[in-house]
Design a protein around this ligand. Structure first.
Ligand SMILES: Nc1ncnc2c1ncn2[C@@H]1O[C@H](COP(=O)(O)OP(=O)(O)OP(=O)(O)O)[C@@H](O)[C@H]1O
Ligand SMILES: O=C(O)C1=C[C@@H](O)[C@@H](O)[C@H](O)C1
Ligand SMILES: [Mg+2]
Length: 174
């Protein structure tokens, strides 16, 4: 692998889970923009948003994307990274972009089981099921615009990983 692989998609589609497994299998570096940003800031995303607002978080997110993008490796991004046209173009130009696509009920079930509120403060103030539906309706076209490949993320993590390996013709351990 000579280029970074960016995993994009909504909250709960499995970017972090699948990214870690893909990196293990391909013996690649792994970085997660949400985790990197929070470690650098010494604060949770919820605290950053509460103190500085979403605009400030989005600026930090773009700076993070630039900082973590190097040579090769697997990069799990935040769910809203595609809101910025700059970020979409940056990812497409620097590497291979994979959209982990899953239907609303699957996302809702995962997020209700594991809300991680420090990393996922509310985007709309609505209950999770309404929020996921509204946000995906707004963003699906942006994920597709940014992506080189779309994979079904409703499968088990190991199957999602295998489908990515097949789509990219990656030579990885099995
Ligand atoms: N393919 C999968 N099958 C079943 N559960 C999954 C799958 N992928 C992820 N999960 C579970 O769903 C939850 C959210 O997964 P994960 O944190 O990887 O999503 P994410 O896309 O990184 O979300 P965010 O955008 O908030 O960072 C976790 O509890 C994880 O264990
Ligand atoms: O979907 C979003 O806009 C977000 C998703 C998370 O990964 C975090 O990046 C943050 O909570 C914003
Ligand atoms: Mg994640």
């Amino acid at each position: 692998m000579t280029q970074p692989i960016f995993l994009i998609g909504p909250r709960g589609c499995g970017k972090t889970t699948v990214g870690l497994e893909l990196a293990r299998l391909c013996q690649s570096e792994f970085v997660d923009t949400d985790h990197w940003l929070q470690t650098q800031a010494g604060q949770s995303i919820a605290d950053i948003v509460e103190q500085e607002g979403w605009e400030s978080f989005r600026a930090r997110e773009t700076a993070t994307l630039e900082a973590v993008t190097a040579g090769s490796g697997i990069i799990a991004t935040g769910g809203g990274i595609i809101l910025s046209a700059y970020n979409r173009q940056f990812m497409r130009e620097k590497g291979i972009v994979i959209y982990l696509c899953a239907p609303v009920p699957v996302l809702v079930e995962r997020l209700e089981a594991s809300p991680e509120e420090g990393q996922r403060p509310t985007l709309t103030g609505k209950p999770i099921s309404e929020e996921v539906s509204a946000v995906l309706a707004e963003r699906d076209a942006l994920y597709r615009e940014a992506a080189h490949h779309v994979v079904d993320a409703s499968l088990a993590p190991e199957d999602v990983v295998q489908n990515i390996v097949a789509a990219l013709h990656l030579a990885c351990a099995s």
